[in-house]
Design a protein around this ligand. Structure first.
Ligand SMILES: Cc1cc2nc3c(=O)[nH]c(=O)nc-3n(C[C@H](O)[C@H](O)[C@H](O)COP(=O)(O)OP(=O)(O)OC[C@H]3O[C@@H](n4cnc5c(N)ncnc54)[C@H](O)[C@@H]3O)c2cc1C
Length: 639
């Protein structure tokens, strides 16, 4: 350890044993709901979170809209319509189970959160009379004002409410503990190992069922050592630990070959998300203008220019509904037209750079709901954008906000600068959200094809109750002391070297390797070279890693997980033999129109296993949901 005074006690080599019925790894939206649902079945539940649950995870700083609330009293769509629309929109490289659970149960979770103290209605009547508000329920809607299935919510209030609920229910809470490895007895999940990130103490969690809720990979292609906290869209501490420890334990993953050209962040490359002039997501449907102040018109699905301002929020003639929001990259159902075209196309049409969002031209309540409600509630916008811009004099009734990059983005990225974004790959599962290992479940952004807050809450609750039902049927598994010793050695190894390489250097090396050898265009020659290089890092750089305190040790563990994830991504790319547009997967060396399936990938003792699974393996959504949830449909039934 270093010579300067570390403010926490040194608990290295101390091991605390904890046993519980259900263990939840990750205390974001999905993990909190998993723990709450399992606890409500009367079980002994523990939740392990690397940060502080009240503010951790993607939604810790808030979020502004809740998708697919198909069962809310104002909705004019069915869960089946929206779930299948997403599946079609993603060309069936999509997670039907995940979407259907969201559409079926999402609104119930919102009611749960409201009872816990979260804000989901305009109770102060700030938006009385607005077209997006229902006067009876005071619910507020976004995007499609006719069909009313996306709600505007006060997401900053949700995590504190969930945290209070965990405490009220008596869930055992382990904060500032990173989960590092899964434990198994024979072929069953048996719990996990974790490390206290301030003191270095180890935890052995023994559990009948374990739920993985640690989000998705990041910093695989994007890393900047000077501004590491700004590298990615999702929070810094979420780097796909669940994927990495799952891979090491033989869990199956799918769609891991999918990545998209980066859209946000990358440390100083872009302006903050939602902090520039755009009309996407939080900023839908901001009025966009060019340098001369000429308005860039919205058009409908059929290419008709919209002259009535409010037509932006209604489906076009003959269109039942439209999807528009955070998870859609190329929405088939959304309004398309000049406002979604890249800058160069708009310039060809005579518009002049720079472009701006001009809220001053919008109806007052539409402006107010973007600037002040959405910008402010959306994660990461409250302080850096809403608060700072206003303190520096930004007034949305007078000022325009400039757009940058290509399209309405905050920067333009190179093709090889990639991200897990827009329903990326993740853990494979069945209708119980169970992985291929008995006793291990997954939820939220950890699932393949996942994306949003409502889904995280809905799948978290669902996985929690399925894990609880399973835990009631099994005895407490035994633990292997050999596995615990091996993990202890792996975790502490970087403390044994002085003046070695640090985690930032390895992260930088990995992201360069991934940009060079697993960028936008793929072929075996490049991928195999990437695989060789990462193996070399494992053999040569990893043994040289060093750190000086438990915090740095945790950062080092994260990059070791990033290395595992990168290796797994390359294996997934090697396994997919032909290009697939829906996965943004382009091979330059093999061309074929063969029908495509999911490639499910896992490893056992270093041997890679793959199997093909039908894209629609979940079958009829409604029928299968009913079959698997005959006893408990997850209705909100009070606390
Ligand atoms: C800027 C931003 C804006 C967004 N806006 C919206 C929106 O408006 N609407 C919407 O629907 N969705 C939105 N999303 C997406 C939504 O927030 C996420 O899909 C959702 O919160 C995912 O929940 P989760 O529980 O799966 O993951 P998270 O909430 O990210 O939670 C994962 C948790 O696991 C913890 N963790 C990670 N690794 C470990 C480990 N090894 N050990 C222990 N704990 C660990 C993390 O600290 C974190 O608390 C937004 C996301 C971002 C980043």
């Amino acid at each position: 350890m270093s010579t300067y005074q570390w403010p926490y006690p040194n608990e290295l080599n101390t091991i605390e044993h904890v046993s519980c019925d259900v263990l939840v790894l990750g205390g974001g939206l999905s993990g909190c709901f998993a723990a709450i649902a399992a606890r409500k079945q009367g079980l002994d539940v523990a939740i392990v979170e690397k940060g502080a649950i009240e503010k951790s995870g993607s939604a810790g700083t808030g979020f502004d809209h809740w998708e697919s609330a198909c069962t809310n009293p104002c909705s004019k769509v069915t869960p089946e319509e929206i779930a299948y629309a997403y599946i079609d929109e993603q060309s069936h490289f999509s997670n039907g189970i995940f979407h259907y659970i969201t559409c079926r149960e999402g609104y119930d979770r919102l009611l749960d959160i409201e009872r816990m103290g979260g804000k989901i209605r305009d109770t102060e009547d700030d938006f009385q009379g607005a077209r997006f508000r229902d006067e009876d329920t005071k619910l507020m809607f976004a995007y499609d004002y006719q069909n009313r299935f996306t709600l505007r919510v006060w997401g900053t209030t949700f995590k504190p409410a969930l945290y209070r609920e965990l405490k009220r229910l008596g869930v055992k809470i382990y904060e500032h503990v990173e989960a590092t490895a899964l434990l198994k007895e024979n072929k069953h999940g048996a719990g996990a190992i974790g490390m206290q990130i301030h003191t270095g103490k180890l935890y052995v969690f023994q559990a009948k069922a374990t739920v993985l809720a640690m989000s998705r990979p990041a910093r695989v292609w994007l890393f900047n050592a000077d501004q590491p906290g700004l590298c990615e869209f999702r929070p810094f501490q979420s780097i796909g630990s669940g994927h990495a420890m799952g891979w090491r334990s033989g869990l199956e993953l799918t769609m891991m070959e999918k990545s998209v050209r980066a859209e946000f962040s990358a440390a100083g490359r872009s302006f903050p998300p939602y902090g520039t002039g755009n009309n996407h997501n939080t900023w839908y449907a901001a009025t966009m203008v060019d340098a001369r102040g000429v308005e860039i018109p919205y058009v409908d699905r059929d290419g008709n220019e919209l002259t009535d301002y409010y037509a932006r929020y209604y489906p076009s003639q003959g269109q039942k509904f439209f999807l528009k929001g955070g998870v859609i990259d190329e929405p088939k159902y959304a309004y398309r037209g000049p406002e979604t075209l890249p800058f160069d196309e708009l310039i060809k049409r005579g518009y002049q750079l720079p472009f701006y969002a001009d809220l001053s031209r919008m109806p007052e309540l539409e402006r107010k709901v973007i600037w002040g409600m959405m910008v402010g509630q959306e994660a990461k916008t409250n302080i850096p954008i809403y608060h700072y811009y206003q303190t520096r004099g930004f007034d949305p009734t007078q000022h325009r906000l400039q757009s940058y990059g290509n399209g309405w983005q905050s920067a333009s990225f190179l093709d090889q600068e990639r991200q897990f974004f827009g329903a990326p790959g993740g853990l494979m599962h069945d209708w119980d959200l169970k992985t291929n290992i008995d006793g291990i479940y997954a939820c939220g952004d950890a699932l393949f094809g996942s994306d949003c807050a409502g889904s995280a809450c809905a799948t978290g609750h669902y996985a929690g109750r399925k894990a609880a039902s399973y835990a009631k049927t099994v005895l407490m598994p035994g633990l292997s002391s050999e596995a615990i010793d091996k993990e202890k050695q792996r975790l502490y190894a970087p403390l044994e070297h002085e003046n070695g390489l640090n985690w930032k250097e390895l992260n930088m090396a990995i992201s360069k390797a991934m940009q060079n050898y697993c960028g936008a265009s793929k072929c075996d020659a490049l991928l195999l070279e990437g695989k060789r290089l990462l193996k070399e890092y494992e053999k040569i750089i990893v043994p040289q890693l060093s750190c000086v305190n438990p915090h740095e040790l945790m950062r080092t563990h994260e990059v070791l997980d990033i290395l595992t994830v990168s290796q797994l991504v390359i294996e997934a790319c090697l396994a997919r033999r032909t290009s697939v547009k829906a996965l943004n997967f382009e091979r330059t060396d093999v061309h074929s129109d063969a029908p495509q399936q999911h490639i499910v990938i896992s490893q056992q003792d270093g041997m890679i296993h793959t199997r093909e699974v039908d894209l629609d393996y979940y079958g009829d959504l409604k029928e299968n949901y009913e079959k698997h949830n005959a006893d408990d449909r997850g209705e909100s039934n009070g606390i």
